[in-house]
Design a protein around this ligand. Structure first.
Ligand SMILES: Cc1cc2nc3c(=O)[nH]c(=O)nc-3n(C[C@H](O)[C@H](O)[C@H](O)COP(=O)(O)O)c2cc1C
Length: 330
């Protein structure tokens, strides 16, 4: 996992795993897709700091908007980055967005949220690294059989959409590590160097973070109210909504999510719920800061967030912390 180099008596440690080699990055830290939040500024900042930043394709209103975001990332960094596709959102088409990502020769694609087989079929033969975000062992095995280069595994602690089986990251990651040969990237509940090293102890070769990256300076589209809520929330401050629709997802708890949960308890169907759980309601809080009429996705790791650093500060701090742990262990 680590490559030690003696240099003038000082010990320099270079992170090296199959994930850093595959993605050609310095640290195996991946910024997860973040609907309506992960545009060029955040993606470029994460990549420039040595991780892998990603643009979230499905939040963009048109294929040309994606092309423009990809080009902006390339103006901001020469380092590799990814484009994320959360497919299966009420049958929304993604082929034109995918065409743009392929035309622009993006180095990495990630996919989640639906059956990835047609996605893999569509990109067959393209020179691109393929990551699949899964929430269950059987999905990881399927991703490997389809030709994924690595699999990201998100546990129940995570923010946004989750698996239906409520398996925590600590339990899911080692089982996936044992079940596949491709590198495993742990996700869900990771927010600092301790979580990173714990993931490595479980056999993961990298981490993905979502919630932690929202609380950074470069996540410029997140409202100050959303960031403030992430600072104030403790470990109990998130809830899982949409379970009754078979699509559980973790959000910050508030009056809007309480309303949704009440409606779900009263067996409201999709038609009744759709305006409450829509992207529009999501943006009313995450972009406009209106907690009374919207909501924001977040993972339990929100309880650990205590500041809004730059991405570079965050990643630098995590590397230092991971280093200190490694030294303690040895
Ligand atoms: C606000 C928010 C939006 C998300 N949107 C997406 C998305 O569009 N595509 C995706 O693959 N994952 C999405 N996710 C999941 C994250 O990429 C990541 O897997 C998850 O946040 C990891 O858990 P953590 O929040 O504990 O770090 C989202 C998560 C959050 C918090």
């Amino acid at each position: 996992m680590l490559n030690k180099q003696e240099n003038k008596g000082e010990l320099f440690v270079e992170w090296k795993t199959r994930v850093t080699e595959l993605l050609e990055i310095d640290y195996p830290i991946i910024q997860g897709g973040l609907a309506y939040l992960a545009y060029s500024e955040l993606a470029a900042a994460v990549s420039e700091a040595g991780g892998l930043g990603q643009i979230t394709a499905m939040s963009l209103e048109s294929p040309e908007a994606l092309r423009s975001e990809i080009r902006k990332v390339r103006e901001l960094t020469k380092k590799p980055f990814g484009v994320n596709f959360a497919i299966g959102q009420h049958g929304r088409r993604y082929d034109q967005l995918l065409d743009v990502a392929l035309e622009e020769n993006v180095p990495v694609l990630s996919v989640t949220g639906g059956n990835p087989a047609p996605f893999f079929e569509y990109i067959k033969g393209a020179q691109v690294k393929k990551l699949v975000l899964v929430a269950a062992k059987r999905q990881a095995i399927k991703a490997e059989s389809l030709g994924a280069d690595a699999v990201m595994v998100v546990g129940h602690e995570g923010g946004g959409h989750l698996g239906r089986d409520d398996i925590g990251t600590m339990v899911l990651v080692p089982q996936v590590v044992d079940a596949v040969n491709i590198p495993v990237i742990a996700s869900g509940g990771i927010g600092d160097g301790r979580g990173w090293m714990a993931a490595h102890a479980l056999g993961a070769e990298g981490i993905e973070m979502g919630t932690r990256f929202i609380a950074t300076k470069e996540c410029v589209h997140a409202s100050k109210e959303y960031k403030q809520a992430l600072l104030e929330t403790d470990e109990t401050g998130t809830v899982v909504i949409k379970r009754s629709l078979g699509a559980p997802a973790r959000a910050l708890s508030g009056s809007w999510t309480e309303k949704i949960l009440r409606m779900e308890t009263e067996n409201a169907d999709y038609d009744k719920l759709k305006d409450y759980i829509s992207g529009v309601a999501n943006r009313r809080f995450i972009h406009d800061g209106n907690e009374q009429s919207g909501f924001g996705w977040a993972g339990q790791v929100a309880g650990m967030i205590e500041d809004i650093p730059t991405v570079e500060e965050l990643i630098g701090r995590m590397v230092k912390q991971a280093e200190e742990i490694r030294k303690k262990w040895s």
